[in-house]
Design a protein around this ligand. Structure first.
Ligand code: CP
Length: 299
């Protein structure tokens, strides 16, 4: 699974249904040994640990792979690394990489690749766990208004969320510094003034400033960014009853969101993290079934 735009609406709905089944206690195990490895070329807490948890809960054989001590450090390419892991018997790799579309070079290899984030490109498993969290809350996406706020230009989460939400019937709007909104490229939503948008949203997705992807140093101090573009306590009061706050994490408290709101009644931020394990179980199961592997229910 590389990006959500390659998944049909039906497949997205099937993965969400499986995710919710897993959240409700369904348990399955692989019926034969399946070998998987997680290759993270960028830092991660949520994604790497939830894939690891999901793999173990499905009864997969998780083969440790440490980028720092691998032969990548001797100049081996990503392509040769993946070919090597396939030759060693790996069936599926979860990969996070700083390069946009790193996966194109791997497309002819007969091994499953799950994209755990490519540069500013896509983060499909985060997109699916965000969809699961919204579906649990509202039951469907049709007619929902979703605001995605912050560093839209550099956010692979914004790309994945906006594409899928729009296809499933939600209205998507963006806000944040207008320099970070590409009016030409962002086809999945419109740019709005944050203070005008806030009373309309059912779901507010706040984004971290992706400093590591900026070519130029960002000029606003954290406190000034928070006042101009962050979810302050004053802005939260203008949200309508029942509207929820989400954030893919990691959070820079006091910058994109007031610390008091992170675990407030509207917040679903820790629910998103919890849902990450169930969604990734569904993603892995689905990808492996497409390759002919099978799972049996154990409860
Ligand atoms: N949301 C997300 O991708 O978090 P990590 O970088 O911690 O995996």
């Amino acid at each position: 699974m590389i990006k959500l735009s390659r998944l049909s609406k039906e497949l997205i709905e099937r993965i969400l249904a499986d995710s919710i089944d897993f959240a409700n206690g369904k348990a399955v195990q692989a019926t034969q040994p399946i070998y998987v490895s997680n290759l993270f070329f960028e830092s991660s807490t949520r994604t790497i640990v939830s894939f690891d948890m999901a793999e173990r809960r499905l009864g997969l054989q998780v083969v440790p792979f440490n980028i720092q001590t691998s032969s990548l450090n001797k100049g081996e390419t990503l392509l040769d690394t993946v070919k090597t892991l396939k030759a060693l018997g790996l069936d599926l790799l979860v990969i996070r990489h700083p390069d946009d579309r790193y996966y194109n070079q791997l497309k002819d290899l007969d091994i499953s690749i799950i994209n755990a984030g490519d540069g500013t490109g896509h983060h499909p498993s985060q997109g699916l766990l965000d969809l699961m969290t919204i579906k649990q809350e509202f039951g469907s996406f049709q007619g929902l208004t979703v605001g995605i706020i912050g560093d839209v230009k550099h956010s692979r989460v914004a790309n994945s969320d906006a594409d899928a939400l729009r296809r499933l019937g939600a209205k998507v709007h963006f806000s944040g510094p207008e320099d970070w909104f590409d009016h030409g490229a962002m086809m999945n939503g419109t740019y709005r003034n944050f203070d005008h948008l806030i009373p309309e949203v059912d779901v507010l997705i706040m984004l971290r400033i992706q400093h590591e992807r900026h070519r130029q140093k960002f000029h606003l101090a954290p406190g000034e960014y928070h006042q101009r573009y962050g979810l302050t306590l004053e802005r939260e009061k203008k949200m309508k009853p029942g509207a929820i706050i989400m954030h893919p994490g990691p959070i820079n408290q006091g910058v994109e969101i007031a610390p008091e709101l992170v675990e407030s009644p509207r917040s679903r931020i820790f629910k998103q993290i919890e849902n990450g394990v169930f969604t990734r179980m569904a993603i892995l199961k689905n990808a492996l079934e497409q390759r002919g592997f099978s799972f049996k229910e154990i409860n």
